[in-house]
Design a protein around this ligand. Sequence first.
Ligand code: FE
Length: 380
Amino acid sequence: MLTLIRNAHLVSPDVEMENASIIIAEGKIAQVLPVAPESFSGKIIDAAGQYVMPGFVDVHCHGRNNFDFCDGDAEKSGVIIAKKLEEGVTTLLPTTLTVSKEDLKKAVKAVADAPKAKGCKVPGVHLEGPFINPKCCGAQNPGFVRTPDVAEVLELNDIYPVRKITYAIEMPGAVELTSALLRKGITPSCTHSGATYADFCAGHAAGLRNLSHFCNQMTGLHHRDIGLVGAGLLHKEVFAEFICDKLHISPAMIKLVFQTKGPEHVVLITDAMRAAGMPNGNYTLGGLPVIVKDGAARLAEGGALAGSTLQLNVALKNVWEVTGLPLKELVKSSGYSAAVALGLHGIGKIEAGFCADVVFLDRGFRVTRTMVDGEVRFEA
Ligand code: FE
């Protein structure tokens, strides 16, 4: 069965085209045309001039709609996986927290058992912790921090693929862990870290090319030791996850990072916790009480930011407003850069041969329709 999307304002990496037509066959993009074909037999979707972009990729998301992947409940995990479509996400890495060994297994098992047929694609999980620096926990529970242990990662990887892991590169055994992960095709990423620039370089030599929630819970830029923030700015090839809710990162820093690294090495993430898609109020993160006020999630004790309530379509709108860069550049950060960083092929572009993972947005960046493999799975 063929599908034609016509009258699209197409935005894909390095391409922006009004009145475009997209033909989908067998779940893949078959053809992109500058005008509508004269005749067509199959399903026709009129985009009515809306933005049509590659589906978003969120590699760092703990929850939504009052559920958290660390609840360890397959049905609840399935709800998050389906609800992410409402913000235009078509590929998701459910992200865990620093919890006990037993709870981590339960969370990964719940993702494995979660219903996914009506949701976004889940190529694997992202483990945030538990091998972080206990001095840089932020909203991670210090009670469950442990030293790097490749056996624990491989045990989890047997339950459901681990695609990415966030840890502190200065911890004992972390450089060896980096090499071991790469051998298994798992993307190593550093944060919740007090690493010096020399620590980063040791990790970089072992293949470290990712920094999780860039600027947050990592060593800042100092002129005698440029730390992890300096490392991310200096090493352009390093992918930097970025929480662009304008709370975690100031608009000036957003501009600086996009200007220095370019959108192809920035990965927009939500780092959303369970309050995303929910009203302000009292919630928890990793068992710690969190208060959400004016959309900002903070630990009840100490007030550290505790994840976000950000949605990926809003993140894209924010960086568009703040940087003034063209959308055909910024859509690299909402999908393609994450795909490259993780080695996921065939996603992040609307181009012949790519998966037909497509999001439709109105001019206010509200998601009106989300397609996965050519199937409409969400319609507003
Ligand atoms: Fe974090």
